[in-house]
Design a protein around this ligand. Sequence first.
Ligand code: ARG
Length: 462
Amino acid sequence: MSTPLWSGRFDAAPDADVFAWGASFGFDRRLFEDDVVGSLAYAEALLGAGVLGAAEAAAIREALQALLEAAATDPAFVDGPDEDVHSFVERQLIARVGDAGKRLHTGRSRNEQVSLDLRLYVRRRIPALQQQLLRLIAACLDQAERSGGTLMPSYTHLRRAQPILVAHYWLAHASALRRDYVRLGQARDEAGQMPLGSGAIAGTAYAIDTAALAERLGFDGVVTNSLDATSDRDFVAVFIHSCALAMVHLSRLAEDIIVFGSEEFAFFELDDSISTGSSLMPQKKNPDPLELMRGKAGRAIGLSTAILATMKGLPAGYNKDLQEDKVALFDAEDTLVGCVRAATAVVATLRIRPDAMARAASGLLLATDVADYLVGKGMPFRSAHELVGAMVRSLVESGRDFSTLSLAEWRAFSDLFAADVQSAVTPAASVARKQTPQSTHPAAVASALTAFRAWSAPLIGV
Ligand code: ARG
C-alpha cells in the first residue's frame, strides 16, 4: 500500500486488507493513458490560470510525456501499491518533478478526473469497436453476395413462412449490426461533454479555461452543472446498453447458425476451424463459439442492469459506488470485442447448402402465393385465405403439396385457377412477386446490398 492522496486527515494508517479491497488500480489502470492525457491538458489550464509558472508547467509536461513513453515501452510499468490510477500518476509525477507535481491537483478532484478519464476512454475505444463491427457486417455482405439467387425458407414462430433469398437473410443480420454501429456512435456523443472545472462537486476556485480544455481534449462542449457532472454516468449506462443490445443481435445470429447448422436443417456447414469436438462422441462437430456468444449475451444484459442498479439509489454528488462503473464497462467492452471477433470468423468461413435450403423453400409455404393468385383473379383476400386454407388441409391429409396438382385438381378447388397457376406458384415466382424496397425481391435485395456497401465503404479504416 502506498500513502493515499488523503492521508493527512488521519491518525492511523488504513487497514491494509480493506484498502486493498477498495482499491481500483487493479482495473482502472486501463485509464492510464487517459489520465495522463487529461493531466497534460489540466497542467496547461493551470498555467493559463496562473497557478503554475511556465517552468513548472514545462517540467510537468515533460514528466507526463515520459510516463506515457515508459508505459508504451513496458506496459508492466503501470503497476504499484496505489489506490487508483490517479494516485499512481500523481506519485510518479511527484517522484520526477517534486513540488511542481504536487501543484497539479490544485482545484482538481478525482471525482471529475475519473469522469474525464472514463469519457476519454469511451470516446477513443468506440471507433475501434465500430471498425470490428464493420468487419462482421462485411462478412455478412460477402455471404449475401456469394449466395446469388439461392432461396431459403423464412420462418415465423420457427415454422416455414415464405421463401426468401439467402442474401435477404444475411442483410437482415447486417441491418441489426448497422444499428449497433450507429448506436455506438451515439454512445460516443453521450460522453461528449468535458467535466473538468467541476472540482469535487461545487466547481473550482481557479480560473481555468474549460472551453479550451474541452477543445484540446476533443470534446463537443463543457458540462453545465458540476454537481450533476461528478456523478453522471449516463454515458456509461448508454455504452453498456449499446454493447448489450449488440450482444443480443450476436446471440440471435448465433442461435440461427446453431439451428440452421444442425443435422435437422443442414442449411449451414460450420468450418472445422471454429468447431469443436466431443471428448466422448466421435461424430460430434459442435458450434461452441456460437453457444458462448449466446451465453455471453446474458452476461452483457446483466452488466447493463448492474450499472443502472448502481446508479439508481445514489444521492446527488459523487459516491464511491460509482467505482463499480468501470468493472461493468470494461467487461461489457471485452465481452463484445471477443464475440464480434468470433462471429466474424464464423460468418466468414460458413458454407451454405443451397440444395437443402431450396428443398425447404418449396411446398406448402407457397400458400400465400396461391391466395395472391386468386386475389389477382378478383377474389377478395379473406375469401382466398379461406379457400387456400381448405386446400392446405386436404393436401396435408394426402401428404402432397401444390407442385403435384394437375390443372384439373387445381380447378376442382376453384375455377379461377387457370393454366398459369403452375408457374405462378413456385419459390422463385414468390420472391419475384414482392414489390417493396425492403422485400426479398431480387432487385430490391441487390440494391439493398449495393446501398450497404456504399454505406460501409467510406467508414472502413476511419
Ligand atoms: N477510484 C475512484 C472511482 O473509480 C476514483 C474517484 C475517487 N474519488 C473519491 N472521492 N474517493 O470512482
